[in-house]
Ligand binder design. Structure first.
Ligand SMILES: Nc1ncnc2c1ncn2[C@@H]1O[C@H](COP(=O)(O)OP(=O)(O)OP(=O)(O)O)[C@@H](O)[C@H]1O
Ligand SMILES: [Mg+2]
Length: 431
């Protein structure tokens, strides 16, 4: 028997590994392509930034006398989060300068409602910033609102609260919560507690961010009108705008000789249909990684074409942040759709497949009402599309049936990313 020959050593393999990413600075390289990276230069959003500044100018000019409520609307990847972060941070730096004793302190809170899912959690998060050791449990939303209101006055604060991805708050809770926030000014609490007549609203400013242009119409009319009429719309990026965003990111993260304008323009044209900068940046990242994997020192158009199938049109963390049963339900739908090669499945079919999958994973399935609630969550997150349809057979009505589709994500992507969960669940104690 011959022993297989080995013409390299492990350390040689490592040593020879070349990369298209810049490595000379820890703040460069792959890091600039990740979703947690905040770019220093923001492109083609001057008008939106100016609009924000002009709506919230009073925070600078007369911080305790006027409150503002603004809504940002725009589709996926149009820079809403990045602009609101930049605005909040700039304002914080600006207002920290030349502060005199007695001037109100400015605080900016950016809450992502997809991660911080309930009004209770949002208020607790804010209060924990203001009061160290504030308990996570034990108070109702009304009590938390009352404490928050008092703190604005007691700590001499002016607050800008950004509620990002507001669409993910449960609709019933969202309306009540936004109504209460928009009406903080009418709270009689200061008069009750301190006999103070000061109008409180002036200390609280709200920026709401949504992807849904009909957002206002889901609110009742009094909430909609208290939220104000200040709307800033973010349009999808054009191809040349995407090119500039890509070029500045490439300059930071990639070695100059490893990409060309043609590569950036190809990516910009692929992302143009939705005008989504996240998709564009991620596609450049994936293409660069392919170059590394293939041991090439240049990104080619072919690599971009290959990488396209790997870039999900939704943010990957949307799936990562689901709880394990929501993931199992999503996996059931993806499996059914891919096995049956149908465009949609029905809810009873999904329930049956979910129970089979739970058996495979050795976990107890959730009850039907909980499964329905999880399906509604997945629908709200845009991961599935749920519809009620009228069914007919031979001209006769067969009643209404709820159907489920997955439009935006290839089912094989869902299956390959969620399948490992089955093995993981098997290792866990029974839930
Ligand atoms: N004008 C810009 N200049 C530089 N980078 C940008 C710009 N707009 C967006 N990006 C980048 O594109 C990605 C998506 O941007 P962002 O997260 O702000 O989008 P969004 O509108 O909040 O999307 P979503 O609705 O999905 O939350 C981020 O990596 C961000 O850094
Ligand atoms: Mg965002």
């Amino acid at each position: 028997m011959t022993t297989p020959s080995k013409d390299y050593t492990f350390s040689e393999l490592f040593g020879s590994q070349q990369t298209v990413f810049r490595e000379e600075d820890v703040n460069q390289g792959e890091k600039v392509f990740t979703s947690s990276y905040t770019p220093h230069s923001i492109w083609h959003r001057e008008e939106e930034m100016k609009a924000l500044v002009s709506y919230f100018k009073s925070i600078i000019t007369s911080p305790t006398t006027s409150s503002k409520k603004v809504i940002l609307y725009g589709p996926v990847g149009t820079g809403k989060t990045v602009i609101s972060h930049a605005f909040g941070n700039e304002l914080t730096h600006y207002l920290a300068r030349d502060r005199n004793h007695g001037d109100p302190r400015f605080r900016y809170f950016h809450i992502n409602c997809r991660k911080t899912k309930t009004p209770h959690l949002i208020l607790t998060t804010v209060l924990r910033y203001l009061v160290s050791g504030f308990p996570l449990r034990g108070f109702s939303v009304d009590e938390l609102l009352r404490m928050f209101t008092l703190l604005l006055y007691e700590q001499n604060l002016v607050v800008l609260l950004v509620l990002d991805e507001i669409d993910y708050l449960i609709p019933e809770e969202r309306t009540d919560f936004l109504y209460s926030l928009s009406r903080l000014e009418e709270s009689p609490i200061l008069r009750e507690e301190y006999g103070v007549k000061e109008r409180l609203e002036s200390r609280f400013n709200l920026l709401t961010i949504t992807r849904d242009k009909n957002f206002r119409y889901y609110l009742d009319s009094s909430t909609a009108s208290s939220l104000g009429r200040s709307y800033i719309t973010f349009a999808p990026y054009t191809r040349y705008q995407l090119f500039d965003i890509l070029a500045s990111r490439a300059e930071l993260g990639l070695r100059e000789e490893c990409y060309t304008d043609e590569i950036l323009d190809t990516i910009a044209s692929l992302a143009e249909e939705k005008g989504d900068a996240r998709f564009a940046v991620e596609l450049l990242w994936k293409s660069a990684k392919l170059a590394d994997q293939e041991g090439e020192n240049k990104i080619t158009i072919e690599m971009v074409r290959k990488a396209v199938v790997d870039v999900l049109p939704v943010e990957r963390s949307l799936i990562d942040d689901l709880n394990s049963h929501q993931k199992l339900i999503l996996l059931s739908i993806a499996r059914l759709l891919s096995i049956r090669e149908q465009s949609c499945v029905t809810t009873p079919q999904v329930k049956e497949e979910y129970e089979t999958i739970c058996e495979e994973a050795n976990v107890r399935p959730r009850r039907q009402t909980q499964v329905w609630a999880y399906l509604r969550d997945l629908n709200r997150l845009g991961l599935i599309q749920q519809q009620v349809e009228n069914r007919h057979s031979n001209g006769k009505s067969m009643g209404r049936i709820s159907t489920i589709r997955i439009q935006d994500i290839p089912t094989k992507e869902i299956i390959s990313s969620l399948n490992p969960l089955l093995a993981e669940q098997n290792l866990q104690p029974q839930a």
